[in-house]
Write a protein that binds this ligand. Structure first.
Ligand code: COA
Length: 284
């Protein structure tokens, strides 16, 4: 408990940490619990359907950074509290009077400090989509490396119904995950996709009963935890590279592949295979 708390304290979140009880860190808008090697980050504003206000975005950014810096953490799960919503969007009450300049800063800061941070995290992040994932909520889920949805989940980018478009990477990541045609349809109609449809178009990896959602995510985390975290981080960089302007994903893959050969994990992984034993990765 204290080791985990000290990592968060190291990030100097100042007033963000309120309380630690039963191994659960409670911040103003988040609950954070380490289960095995998985950091479960729960957005905790159920009365506002976990809408992302600025304070929540800041705390999520701090929690992801702290988890990245904590050697005990190998993966993260982001979910929403309650049974109704993952995140029902950016907090509309915070930006409805914004000017063009303020709107630009809102989208840029959000993308830089949270959505890109999540996507580029060296540790895998799974979005456990437990209900409505709308606007910034779906954008957050799409920034994660994988998505598992409960069968009550509803996903959409309804921004055009408010006279605006997605600003946290939604126009790009939805087209990447579900295809351009699906992205246009979902954005233009401001509709909501059911979990099964999201599964069919590749937006989510799995659909399960709500009661099984966390267990399914933890099962995936458990499988990943047996593998080289150094190689997983390299795979994240290689896959992401193909979606970066001015980068060639194939070239990045060659470089990341070669770098693996100089790691302790590669020596251990290949030796263990040849010696017919389980690998015990040193994580370096
Ligand atoms: N921003 C701020 N507050 C939000 C919110 C958001 N994106 N989404 C929900 N809330 C708040 C509501 O204002 C309400 O607060 P109140 O009780 O103080 O009035 C509370 O959460 C519950 O939402 P409510 O609308 O009463 O629930 P519902 O079951 O009737 O409807 C939704 C659920 C998700 C369909 C509806 O809340 C909604 O359409 N939300 C906005 C979705 C959106 O446009 N997101 C994109 C934002 S860019």
């Amino acid at each position: 408990m204290w080791a985990q708390l000290s990592v968060l304290s190291f990030q100097k979140p100042k007033n963000s940490i309120k309380f630690v009880h039963n191994n659960i860190i409670s911040m103003s808008n988040l609950l954070i619990e380490l289960k095995g090697s998985t950091q479960i980050i729960t957005i905790n504003r159920p009365d506002k359907l976990n809408a992302l206000n600025r304070a929540t975005i800041k705390e999520l950014s701090e929690a992801i950074t702290a988890s990245e810096n904590n050697d005990k953490v190998k993966s993260m799960i982001i979910t929403g509290s309650g049974e109704k919503a993952f995140v029902a969007g950016a907090d509309i009450s915070e930006f409805n009077t914004f000017s063009k300049g303020e709107a630009h800063d809102l989208a840029k800061n959000g993308q830089d400090t949270l959505f890109d941070l999540a996507e580029k995290s060296s540790k895998p992040i799974i979005a456990a989509v437990n209900g409505f994932a709308l606007g910034g909520g779906l954008e957050l889920a799409m920034s994660c490396h994988m998505r598992v949805a409960s069968n009550n989940a509803r996903m959409g980018l309804p921004e055009v119904s408010l006279g605006v478009i997605p600003g946290y990477g939604g126009t790009q990541r939805l087209a990447q995950l579900a295809g351009k045609g699906k992205a246009f349809e979902l954005i233009f109609t401001a509709g909501m996709m059911k979990a099964e449809e999201a599964l069919q178009c590749g937006l989510v990896n799995h659909v399960v009963e709500q009661s099984e959602l966390l267990d399914k995510c933890l099962e995936i985390c458990e499988k990943m935890s047996k593998n080289s975290s150094v190689a997983i981080a390299a795979a994240i960089r290689a896959v992401n590279s193909g979606y970066q302007d001015g980068e060639n994903g194939f070239v990045t893959e060659i470089n990341e592949f070669a770098k693996c050969f100089a790691t302790g994990d590669f020596k251990e992984g290949t030796s263990a295979f040849l010696e017919k034993r389980k690998a015990n990765f040193p994580n370096n």
